[in-house]
Design a protein around this ligand. Structure first.
Ligand code: RIB
Ligand code: CA
Length: 330
């Protein structure tokens, strides 16, 4: 029986790759997507998720719009750095047709709460953006906080942040929400920069997608090449782009890809370390640890799984449309 999964995405290039990983995993049944803000505004992220689902022939999966801004703010504006890394449209200016299916009518928080009530332990929730919508579900229902199994991309325990010296991008958007998640959830796995900056993709791999000659292969290659070019500017020492969000999905499929430290976590909320994910001093001696932080990753095995799953998914999409010859060529 495939494991049920809900993705909470700020779609985003690596969110798109995470969605593709989930769709390409026979061990998973994607029962829905909730859209958060972060790399893009909620509406743009929802639109991207719908368009990607359509590309891969999975418009049957519902997409719900989540909370549009951080808990301590009353609006959201895309940061310059997000636009630089993911493009104005969030998918590296790759062009996908307008989706023919609309976002689901219901509310993302209700969908999350109901899904945990219905599926319990058979469901895993994978947030790959700011924690705002998940925190709202925790506040809406104690049962959700007690029973939701969460594998999240966000935070940094043993390495610096990527948007500020102490803060990782997702946690930086809404530190209060991630703090609430860490304090109230009973089962959280944190896939942070400690491991995601070890899983890197290069144009050698994206060329394999382009060679497929399919619409899916072209999309994955176009979007990821944009992301790789951005990384060449912001982190040239890495030699590739970080596969942050897909690693979280991969761990939901196969936890043995990472080695974890059991720990009770919190987020610093004041001062220069605001947004830092760190052990909660007050719960240091509590024998019950509610979180696991990934501190090591089997890079080779993850990359092999990543390429196999995305390539076979892209292979099954329609052929790239034949180019119309230009007047000068005739
Ligand atoms: O720090 C990496 C995270 O920030 C990823 O989820 C990426 O999509 C961006 O939102
Ligand atoms: Ca993301």
């Amino acid at each position: 029986m495939p494991r049920k999964i809900i993705l909470d995405l700020d779609t985003g290039i690596d969110d798109a790759l995470a969605l593709a990983y989930a769709l390409g995993s026979p061990e998973l049944e994607v029962i829905g997507i909730t859209g958060t803000y972060g790399n893009v505004a909620v509406e743009t992220g929802v639109r991207n998720a719908l368009a990607i689902l359509e590309l891969f022939g999975r418009s049957d999966i519902p997409v719900y719009a989540g909370v549009p801004h951080a808990r301590t703010r009353d609006s959201f504006e895309v940061l310059e750095i997000s636009e630089f890394i993911h493009g104005v449209n969030g998918i590296g200016e790759a062009v996908l047709p307008e989706p023919s299916v609309q976002a689901a009518g219901g509310n993302a928080v209700d969908f999350l709460v109901q899904s945990v009530r219905e599926h319990g332990e058979d469901l895993v929730i994978v947030p790959t953006g700011p924690s705002t919508t998940i925190a709202a579900a925790i506040e809406a229902d104690d049962h959700f906080a007690e029973n939701a199994r969460i594998v999240m991309m966000g935070g940094a325990l043993s390495v610096p942040g990527n948007v500020r010296p102490w803060a990782e991008a997702n946690v930086n958007q809404d530190p209060e929400a991630t703090d609430l998640l860490f304090r109230r959830s009973r089962d959280v796995t944190m896939i942070g920069l400690d491991v995601t900056l070890q899983t890197l993709l290069t144009t050698e791999e994206t060329a394999q997608w382009r060679e497929l000659g399919t619409a899916g292969g072209d999309f994955l290659a176009d979007a990821t090449d944009y992301y790789i070019r951005a990384y060449e500017t912001t982190a040239p020492n890495l030699g590739g782009c970080g596969l942050h969000d897909p690693l979280a999905v991969a761990v939901a499929v196969d936890p043995s890809l990472v080695t974890c430290l059991d720990i009770n976590l919190k987020v610093d909320l004041v001062g220069e370390t605001r947004g830092r994910t760190i052990g909660d001093h007050d719960r240091l001696n509590d024998p019950v640890k509610t979180a696991r932080v990934a501190v090591a990753v089997d890079v080779e095995r993850f990359l092999a799984e990543f390429m196999q799953r995305l390539t076979s998914l892209a292979e099954r999409t329609p052929a790239r449309r034949d180019l119309v010859p230009q007047a000068a060529d005739r």
